[in-house]
Write a protein that binds this ligand. Structure first.
Ligand SMILES: [Fe+2]
Ligand SMILES: [Fe+2]
Length: 204
């Protein structure tokens, strides 16, 4: 059985349950908690966007949101000291984390995620948002999943859930507003609704 089969078999709720289990969080340092808060926020935001815009595959898109920054998890686990320097560099030079990663490592967490997806044989519907959540416009086949994850990532940063070093909100590319057919009012209401939803997440 490959990893994608496993994800389908387990289902989004079970995977989320595993990730949210108390023992996992008890073991986490503050950095990890912040990353998980952010990931859970993005997952929630994906669900909200899908619900509001009646986008199908909400569960799978929420899973993509939950896993979108998994490249950071690999980097923190594999190279904790270097990643600390990345974070310090981002803070010192006021850089988005992915640029600080590229400066110090020569690649960023989206490239790590892309490699991981190949290794784990994850479906493109999960792999593309992991690889293109900062720039969905650069994907050869821009798809709904990565556009929703991009928006969810930035709205979650905007409400300050799971602060990472320099959680800069990116300008929204036209492809996102065009594919989702959204306007400023939609975004303002999304921020309000997400803030309300996130009050129900307790990982402390
Ligand atoms: Fe990211
Ligand atoms: Fe993110």
């Amino acid at each position: 059985m490959c990893s994608s089969d496993l994800l389908v078999l387990l289902g989004y709720d079970v995977v989320k349950g595993l990730i949210l289990s108390a023992t996992v969080f008890e073991e986490m340092s503050n950095d990890w908690r912040e990353l998980w808060k952010h990931s859970l926020g993005v997952s929630k935001a994906c669900g909200l966007i899908c619900e509001k815009l009646r986008i199908p595959d909400a569960e799978e898109i929420s899973m993509a949101g939950l896993l979108h920054d998994i490249g950071k998890v690999v980097l923190i686990l594999e190279e904790p000291e270097i990643y600390e320097k990345v974070q310090m560099g981002a803070a010192k030079h006021d850089l988005p984390i992915e640029l600080a990663e590229r400066k110090l490592l020569g690649f960023d967490h989206t490239e790590v995620a892309s490699w991981l997806c190949d290794r784990w044989h994850l479906p493109q519907r999960l792999g593309v948002p992991m690889a293109y959540h900062h720039h969905p416009e650069n994907s050869k086949n821009p798809q709904m999943h990565s556009v929703v994850v991009f928006l969810a990532d930035n709205v979650t940063k905007a409400v300050g859930a799971g602060a990472e070093v320099n959680s800069k909100v990116m300008p929204i590319p036209t492809i996102v507003t065009d594919m989702l057919n959204i306007n400023r009012d939609f975004l303002e209401q999304l921020v309000i609704d997400l803030e309300r939803e996130l009050q129900t997440i307790t990982v402390d």
